[in-house]
Design a protein around this ligand. Structure first.
Ligand SMILES: Cc1ncc(COP(=O)(O)O)c(C=O)c1O
Length: 380
């Protein structure tokens, strides 16, 4: 029987990350509990300082989620009714959802067939006099083509908001992503490379005025307390999350190295098992440092393969089965499927394999052998 291997490979094993640092995490939680200071405060300020240094930016502002990082950044840039914001049609929902929430219009563009990221040629075609911002998403942990996008934005006089939710630690020509555009937005959702014990996010920028506005809007636009020059929201990060993130952040590089080693192992195992002409592996172009928040392959007969892998106790996920232009909530935008062939193909063939740092070689062999077993049987 195929399952006699007895190997189990979850898509993500947060427990494996947690156990070795459990004592430090519990100590941090106790520290906050003993302080009885839960909202913003010294833990959040320390995290902001530490992450600003590692991301090589002037300003880092802790917020309540990656979604809120995007929302508050757009609010701070004055994006609202009448404005258009260019986003890829292939991303997590928040990238476009927050544009609509602000009363602005998301303008979807297709992705690059190799990187899954925003296609600059399609962006150029989508720019209009109403465009206020372009949102390159560094999908799965690989930077978008930022030079091309920044160039287009500069000529159009619009902002670049990097959706770096999946890409903390990724680099573009040596520079950390997030601080390259007008602003960068990160998520600390537990499955991200730096994951909190709940929701959290971060806005980074080198623009002091924008940073001041984001800080103001993060806390209902109040300055001083109970005096409001703007309408913001409650987009605050809490101290417990900041304390957890401060324990985890120093491990980020080691964890990223583990993910990169695992990506290399897949790259070696796939041809070893004769799969190099059957499945496509993610790319890491020259000048880009991928963080492999996800390791997304493209596979024929993807849904049947996924069912087979589940049977073999291999966890997988589809990021993303439904591009924005096919979502019911965006139907009023009237964008047809024939406009986004690359995203549609990606949605039909992409499959995320386990890539977390603690994965063993035995587990990875099991994943690739299971994929090889599936296609061998199809060929019979
Ligand atoms: C590309 C992208 N943008 C935005 C977000 C939103 O982040 P959060 O879940 O922290 O709100 C996510 C997180 O899943 C994401 O992957």
């Amino acid at each position: 029987m195929e399952n006699s291997a007895g190997v189990v490979v979850p898509l993500l094993d947060l427990d494996a990350q947690y156990r070795p640092i459990r004592d430090a995490l519990i100590a941090a939680l106790v520290r906050v509990a003993d302080s009885q200071r839960f909202i913003l405060g010294t833990e959040v300020e320390a995290l902001e300082r530490e992450l600003a240094a590692s991301l090589e930016v002037d300003h880092a502002i802790g917020v309540s989620s990656g979604t809120d990082a995007l929302t508050v950044t757009m609010m701070a840039l004055g994006i609202g009714p009448g404005a258009e914001v260019i986003t890829p049609t292939y991303s997590f929902f928040a990238t476009a959802g927050c544009v609509t929430r602000l009363g602005a219009t998301p303008v979807f563009v297709d992705i690059d067939p190799v990187t899954f990221n925003l296609d600059p040629v399609a962006v150029a075609r989508a720019i209009s006099p109403r465009t206020r911002a372009i949102v390159p998403v560094h999908l799965f942990g690989l930077s978008a083509d930022l030079d091309a996008i920044r160039d287009l934005a500069r000529r159009a006089g619009v902002a670049v908001i990097e959706d770096a939710a999946q890409a903390l630690g990724a680099r573009y020509h040596g520079q950390p992503v997030g601080g390259i555009g007008t602003a960068g937005c990160f998520s600390f959702f537990p499955s991200k490379n730096l994951g909190a014990f709940g929701d959290g996010g971060l806005v980074v920028t080198n623009d002091a005025d924008l940073a001041r506005e984001v800080r103001l809007l993060r806390n209902h636009g109040a300055e001083p307390k109970y005096v409001h020059s703007r309408v913001g929201g409650n987009f605050r990060l809490d101290a417990l999350q900041a304390a957890v993130l401060r324990v985890k952040a120093p491990h980020l590089e080691t964890w990223a190295a583990g993910r990169r080693r695992n990506a290399d192992r897949y790259r070696a195992l796939v041809p070893e098992l004769g799969l190099q002409h059957t499945i496509e592996l993610p790319v890491e172009p020259d000048g880009y440092t991928h963080t492999y928040n996800q390791f997304v392959i493209r596979a024929p007969e993807r849904d049947a393969l996924r069912a087979h892998l589940a049977y073999r106790h291999v966890g997988t996920e589809i990021y993303y089965p439904v591009p924005f232009h096919q979502q019911a909530c965006f139907a009023t935008l009237g964008r047809g499927s024939d406009e986004f062939p690359v995203a549609d193909r990606a949605a039909a063939s992409s499959l995320a394999l386990p890539i977390y740092a603690e994965l063993t070689l035995t587990q990875q062999r099991h994943v690739v052998a299971s994929i090889a077993g599936f296609y061998a049987r199809r060929r019979r």
